[in-house]
Design a protein around this ligand. Sequence first.
Ligand code: GLC
Length: 819
Amino acid sequence: MQFGHFDKGTREYLITNPHTPVKWINYIGTRQFGGFVDHTGGALICKDDPAYNRITKYIQQMPASDFKGETLYLRLHTSDGYRLFSPFFVPTLDPLDRFECHVGLGYTRIISEFLGLRTDVIIFVPLDDHRELRNIHITNISDKPLSVDAIPLVEYTHPDALMQFTNADWLPQTMQSRAVDDGILKILVQYPFMNRDTKINYFTSNLPASSFDTDRKKFLGEDQSGTFKSPLSLFQPELNNSEALRGDNIAALLHPMGALQPGETHRLILQLGQDSSIQAARPGIEKYRQPQAVDAALEEMRAFWDGYLASLQVDTPDENMNAMLNVYNPHQCYITKTWSRYLSYYQLGMGSRSIGFRDSSQDLMAVLASAPQEGKDFIRTLLSFQKRDGSSMHQFNPLTMEGNVGHSIEMEDRPHYYSDDHLWGILAVTAYIKETGDLAFLDEIVPFYEKDKGGNPIEAGSVLEHLKGGLDFTRHDLGGHGLPLLGFADWNDTVNLPTGAESLLTANLYGKALLEMIALLEHLGDKSVMNRMFIENQSLQIQGAAHEYLAAYDQMKSRFESFAWDGEWYLRYFDAQGNPLGSAKNTHGQIYLNGQSWPVISGFASPERGRQAMDAVYKRLNTKYGIKLTVPGFNGYDPKYGGVTTYPPGAKENGGIFLHPNPWAMIAEAILGNGQRAYEYYAQINPLAKNDMIEVYECEPYVYAQNILGDEHPQFGLGRNSWLSGTASWCYQAATQWILGIRPEFAGLRIDPCIPSVWNGFSVVRRFRDRWWHITVHNPHRVCKGLAKMTIDGKEVPGNLIPADLPGDEHQVVAWLGQ
Ligand code: GLC
């Protein structure tokens, strides 16, 4: 069953039925000002931080029929009195004649038709601005005049999002609103009392309002029998002009539009923003009351996304893959880079999750081609949450810049660190340098997290020293087999074993990070300028360091190979007593996906064992909807294993199709040369393929979800936790760098595809190191992998590496797969 379709021309997804099984959302603005908009016009908006500076009250858990954050009512004057409806469907739930929600790049547009009125609303935040705009056109599409009023509505929350729900005494006493006359227009101002003189929310429009309300009680009806579906005040000629002195604050403006003639359109522009004072806000308010300014802002938004997406465009034989890689996947990657795991329809943004060190390190790897500067700035921030011992804080709040140790704080007898966090940072930094060639970044000084009493960092080090610190931490944090200790958890947050357990995933991630460092140091060995820097820093001698890391790599590899093989696949953990998990001997959790893919990625697996392990994945873990994380799922809570056993079998990390590690299986298959299987794993989780089965899948088909229920669960195939998942970044990396094989390296761009042998080829346009590369790959012999020949600008070149410093802005690269 479908609820909409993809529109190639506009790069939108078009929802045509408001009854989606769950709300489908889109993001507007940035973390500096923005949030998400659902497909029925509800919006969760915040400035700088959804936990501590939230503006609209959006309660994800309330039924879909409920009004959330913002809406719009239209009121027709008829001979029988007022006829009220919402062009967004919610909250009046009328059977609209037409409903379209266009999920666009940086905006959501809702077009609906009902009772002879067409309403077209574009919701967005102008680039680099601090206001939500709702650009509304209301047209009379009937053949007779229609007298209509437009009443937009915002419901406010206290800025402290959690406090809104935990305090019903102090909090409502502080919430106040007032109306400011602005010539013939009105500005409704709202604040918690303590912010009155420093930080106010405002709501205003470009048309005169004859009345307003800011007190929810008054708006709904004093006797409290009014509902948002049918507010009593909208059945009287005017609103109550209530200025809330306390309680539940809203902003409602009644705009009488008079009689619209057939074909006539009125344009209403709404602004919801926050500023230090109304005086400070006025110039911006004036600006965006002008329709030309709104049009120009929309144009700028379009230009931003044109530029962003142009950095990598593909043309393969798979249309779904093209649509995903050219539009929807990079869009999602930018959103995950912006919001980490902080705010979505599923991540409530109340502060218990926020910017994850591990998560964001991985997310930003997928924006580097399009937004390298943003990537670099973010890496710098992340590294400032690394501690002097090399480990990292697990997450941090972007407003207070306070780090924390996540859920590990809840168990006193367990370590308060995650064994993998800091290692992802190494992958992020090396990915950034491979993309940009910006070696000077390694020399930049970034503070470590620890602060003195005055809040100043106690120590700082170069980016390179941060990387080295991360490797050193893991190198010395070992358990009984000489393998890395698990800490509270590794990537799998939910397997929390008693102190002393070892993680084989962390062993492999460490191996991969070592490989990255070795390659970096080897590259630096060619650069005399960097060579000098090293000596000045007294940090490392390049040659010596590369050897040292190689020795560390070999040592961990040999421990891994001695202890981690279970017979048909690799183990995943050892508990503190040295018992294996992820073994055929276990009753539950016999085999783990990451246990198999990562030894291939780290190079610890021999080709034979790697193949055997990945075949076991195919046999034991693959389903038509994606690869499960582990089987069989645990069936009952067991404190020995922790979080994983809180889920029923088949859900999330407990035997669910946890999508984030699926692309690691694609990468492992590409490394092993099985292009068919790498692609099969890609295609089977492509969200676009879900469009015809929404009754099973339920979530947005234009983004990856974090998880799909596995086949041990009766609701096999049901997706949840869409948008904010590492799946976005890694599917993008797996598809572009490993399946299509266009892979940045320190010295240039590697062309190393691993595609299904039935493909006759593909082409890619990619921006890399300020040059445009038009790459065409032919597959005349129908193989998966291996270049027979490559030409750059018509000249045959040896090997498959495009040198980064080739003069000229644009180049044609043609490659032929085959012997
Ligand atoms: C969630 C977390 C991520 C973790 C994963 C597996 O997606 O955000 O950090 O790695 O779950 O537990």
